[in-house]
Design a protein around this ligand. Structure first.
Ligand code: FE
Length: 343
C-alpha cells in the first residue's frame, strides 16, 4: 500500500493520500485548499490517479480542498449523508465501504465533534477526523457538536477497535503524528472519565476561543458543489422532469454512474445501464463500451446529485461523444420529480 501523511502548518491539519500501489487509483482524506497544488504534484510524481476526495466532517478551521480537487482532476467528492455541504458527489453512511481500486475502508459514523463526523478504518489504522485526537478530542461546542454523542462515538465505537490499531487524526498542534487505540485509552487525559456525565462536564468547561478561520471556512465549506449550470448552458443537461419522458425511448441509453452500494440503497432507474464513474475514462476510450454506445444512441448520464454525471458529460464531449447529456441534480432530483425507481 502507498500511504502519505501530509501536513498543513497553517491549520495544523493532516491529510492522507492512499493508494494500493504506484500507478493506481488514489483517494485523499481531509485535503486543504491551499495545498491542492502540492497534492496534484505528488500524485503526478507517484503516478496516481485521484478518484475520491473525502472530508471526515465539515471543517471550521480551514477551507476544504474537495471542490478544487474535483474541478482539477474530476475526482468524486465524498462526505457523510448528514453533511451540510451543498453538494458532494457521493454521500456515505455508517456501515458503508469507501472503495477505490485495491483499497477498501469501513465507514463509521462518529458524531459529537460535529453532527456529520465520520471515521474510516483501513486494515491496521483508523482515520478519526476530529473525533479522537492524539491526547485530545475534538471540541463539541459548535456546529451541532454534542459531547454526549462524542462520548458514545469514542467509547462505544472507536475504543472497541483493537488496541494496536493506529490512530491517524485530522489535526495535531503538538507535532505528534500517530498514536494507537490502546495508547489513547490509557493516556488520553479526556478519556480518563468515569461516566458520560463527567465527560460532558469536562467538555463544557474547555472555554476555547473560536477558530480563527471559522467565519470564512464554514460558509466556504458549505458551498463546494460543482457549477452544474455551466454544463446546462452548453445544452448538455436535461431536467429530471424531461428525463422521465425519455425512459424507454429506444434511441436513449440511460447510464448510471453510481457505485453498486448506492444502487442497492437508493434503487435505480428502470432500464439504466450500470457503468460506475471510476471506469469512465476506459469506457470512453476507443473500443470502450460507452464510446460505441454513444455512436448509436443518445447517452443520458446520471448519478446521485448530478456531479459525477456533469463531469462525465464533459469527458464524453471531449472524447467526441456529441450526444452525451446528463440529468441535472441526479437521482435526488429524479426522486423529487416523482420518477420511477426499481429496487
Ligand atoms: Fe473539525
Amino acid at each position: 500500500m502507498l500511504f502519505r501523511q501530509l501536513f498543513d502548518g497553517a491549520s495544523g491539519t493532516y491529510s492522507y493520500l492512499i493508494a494500493s500501489r504506484k500507478g493506481a487509483e488514489a483517494l485523499i482524506i481531509d485535503p486543504v485548499l491551499e495545498k491542492v497544488d502540492r497534492y496534484i504534484q505528488l500524485m503526478e510524481e507517484l503516478d496516481l490517479r485521484l478518484v475520491k476526495a473525502v472530508d471526515t466532517h465539515l471543517h471550521a478551521d480551514h477551507v476544504t480542498g474537495l471542490g478544487a480537487l474535483r474541478d482539477r482532476t474530476r475526482c468524486i467528492t465524498v462526505m457523510g449523508e448528514n453533511s451540510k455541504a451543498d453538494v458532494v458527489s457521493m454521500r456515505l453512511a455508517d456501515g458503508d465501504k469507501l472503495d477505490i481500486d485495491g483499497v477498501s475502508l469501513d465507514v463509521i459514523f462518529t458524531p459529537g465533534h460535529t453532527d456529520d463526523s465520520y471515521s474510516f478504518v483501513l486494515e491496521d489504522r483508523v482515520f478519526t477526523g476530529d473525533t479522537l485526537l492524539i491526547r485530545g478530542t475534538g471540541r463539541t461546542d459548535f456546529q451541532n457538536g454534542d459531547a454526549r454523542a462524542q462520548y458514545d462515538s469514542i467509547f462505544n465505537r472507536l475504543l472497541k477497535l483493537p488496541d494496536d490499531m493506529l490512530v491517524y487524526p485530522a489535526h495535531d498542534y503538538k507535532g505528534d503524528t500517530v498514536s494507537t487505540i490502546g495508547e489513547e485509552r490509557r493516556c488520553n487525559p479526556r478519556l480518563q472519565v468515569k461516566s458520560v456525565n463527567e465527560y460532558v462536564e469536562l467538555m463544557a468547561n474547555l472555554k476555547l476561543p473560536n477558530p480563527k478561520m471559522m467565519d470564512v471556512a464554514v460558509p466556504a465549506n458549505m458551498r463546494i458543489g460543482l457549477a452544474q449550470e455551466l454544463v446546462a448552458q452548453k445544452g448538455w443537461a436535461v431536467s429530471a422532469v424531461e428525463a422521465i419522458r425519455l425512459v424507454g425511448q429506444r434511441d436513449v441509453a440511460l447510464i448510471d454512474l453510481r457505485e453498486p452500494s448506492e444502487r442497492e440503497r437508493h434503487g435505480a432507474i428502470p432500464g439504466a445501464i450500470h457503468e460506475p464513474y471510476p471506469k469512465l475514462k476506459d469506457n470512453l476510450s476507443s473500443g470502450g463500451v460507452l464510446r460505441a454506445l454513444g455512436a448509436e444512441r443518445r447517452l443520458l448520464f446520471f448519478c446521485a446529485y448530478g456531479e459525477r454525471s456533469a463531469m462525465a458529460v464533459q469527458a464524453a464531449q471531449e472524447a467526441g461523444v456529441k450526444s452525451a447529456c446528463h440529468i441535472q441534480g441526479g437521482i435526488a432530483a429524479w426522486n423529487a420529480a416523482g420518477g420511477p425507481i426499481e429496487r
